[in-house]
Write a protein that binds this ligand. Structure first.
Ligand code: ASP
Length: 469
């Protein structure tokens, strides 16, 4: 069958290339980043860029960057898809050990600026601090409605044998075929929730693990998406902050702890033993209590990769009664970036920050079965429905306000089905819901006519179901 532009659908992805090994070439002094090498190299590889597809593509996109387009793949339901993508490269490319908080804000801002023009985002990043960045972005990108995937490589693309091709192509395919509206990390055929991962190996291609949460997607012969665990959200805000981690060790002195908790410190992640235990020394617990009383937010997480902080032991309880907050099963990267994020919000009081530390905001921690999290003022505020339709057609980040009956039904049938499209019309349940005046699923899916559910909701005058920031 001859290829025609109308027989296939395409998603537009922006790749933000911040640096890392994936960009490097072997120079006389070891691996060094080579500007534009990655983009030029992708352009010459057929699996990353198909010139025939390029000639067939109709240029309706608002994207201004030079772009490339993958060959077609056959998606579930027999629909052919191709991924059109542009690369925005940082100058200079960074080794991720030099990444700073301002770089996280830069990534978040670049996503925000390009949010309406692209369907998904891939961030190329060095592996050393990748899990810090994916954790930080999971909090910065509030109410995310599109897929964001951070990836990189242990061996550069410039090497014959590498993991760069699989990681980049896998991330691009996932970003171009599925709407997984979270900040994720893709590595070694696995898509993880970004705030659940840690780097576990400096030499294995399986460099990351998510000890307390299952992968969102496994890419094998088939791509298996764990839809039941995929979150749905939608908007973007910024942050700034101060934080630190303190790891307990046998013999740690109260003076060390006091120095660490000096007055300019606003928050500390305390890496405790086992299930959240610390030595039962009054000088130590006293130093922690003194800081908590002063308004320092101290979050306890476990030094063990697997497991959670609990109040099972007296040694752990005494910390909690001194004012230390349980960080549950958060990774150190996640606890630090979450604390930074919360402390950077001037509208939150000390006690609200403490309450939110232990409350899952982006699926970053497993809620203990017996604990009912306190409702914060900011959450309460965000749950107030506001009914404005302005901007919906321009592609602003938006949320369809769920009809409670509809929501209950959606929860019952699970996320996978909510995201299924009806093959003939390419309409999702949300397209139908918007046409009919009730709602409750992903807002960025497009049907065969290229329309989002919000477009239909606006066109049909169903203002009562749309909430827009
Ligand atoms: N040092 C490199 C970085 O994190 C390591 C890597 O990319 O794998 O940028």
């Amino acid at each position: 069958m001859p290829k025609t532009a109308s027989a296939v659908s395409s998603m537009e992805v922006l790749i933000l290339n911040t640096g890392g090994t994936i960009n490097m070439i072997l120079g006389q002094r070891g691996y060094v980043p080579e500007p534009y090498f990655l983009t030029e190299s992708l352009r010459t590889q057929n699996r990353f860029h198909d010139p025939l597809e390029e000639s067939l593509f109709s240029h309706s996109s608002s994207a201004q960057l030079p772009s490339m387009i993958t060959p077609r793949s056959t998606a579930p339901g027999g629909i052919q898809k191709r991924v059109r993508y542009a690369v925005l490269e940082w100058d200079p490319l960074l080794d991720s050990s030099n990444i700073e908080i301002t770089d996280w804000i830069r990534i978040a801002t670049e996503i925000e600026l390009n949010y309406a023009a692209f369907d998904a985002f891939v961030i190329l990043h060095g592996t050393d601090t990748m899990s810090y960045t994916s954790s930080a972005l999971s909090f910065l990108l509030e109410d995310l409605g599109k897929t964001v995937i951070v990836t990189g490589a242990q061996i550069p693309l410039s090497q014959l044998r590498n993991d760069a091709v699989d990681n980049l192509l896998g991330a691009l395919v996932l970003a171009g075929h599925y709407i997984i509206p979270e900040c994720c990390l893709f590595f070694n055929h696995t898509l993880y929730r970004g705030n659940r991962v840690s780097k576990i190996s400096s030499y294995d291609l399986n460099a990351f693990a998510s000890p307390n949460f299952p992968p969102l997607v496994n890419v094998g012969i088939d791509i298996v998406v764990n839809w039941n665990d995929v979150m749905r959200q939608t908007s973007l805000r910024r942050f700034r902050s101060h934080k630190a981690t303190l790891r307990l060790f046998p013999g740690i002195t109260a003076a060390t702890v006091r120095a660490f908790l000096a007055p300019e410190t606003q928050g500390v992640v305390l890496e405790t033993y086992g299930a959240g235990n610390a030595p039962q020394r009054s000088d130590l617990v006293g130093a922690l209590k003194e800081a908590c009383d002063r308004g320092v937010v101290i979050v306890s997480i476990s030094q063990c990769a697997k497991g959670s902080v609990s109040d099972a032991y007296e040694t752990g309880r005494s910390l909690l009664s001194a004012g230390v907050v349980s960080g549950g099963d958060m990774t150190p990267e996640c606890a630090l970036t979450k604390l930074s994020y919360l402390l950077s919000k001037p509208e939150l009081s000390f006690s609200e920050v403490r309450a939110l530390v232990g409350t899952p905001l982006r699926g970053e921690l497993t809620r203990p079965v017996s604990v009912i999290p306190p409702r914060s003022a900011s959450q309460g505020h965000r749950q107030q429905p506001r009914e404005h339709l302005r901007g919906a057609l321009a592609g602003s980040p938006a949320l369809l306000r769920p009809d409670p009956r509809q929501t209950r039904r959606n929860i019952a049938i699970g996320g996978g089905l909510v995201n299924c499209v009806e093959p003939a019309s390419r309409r999702s349940p949300l397209h139908s819901a918007a046409l009919n005046g009730s709602a409750g699923a992903l807002v960025h899916l497009r049907d065969s006519l290229g329309h989002t559910p919000l477009y239909y909701a606006a066109r049909q005058g169903h203002e009562q179901v749309v909430e827009v920031w």
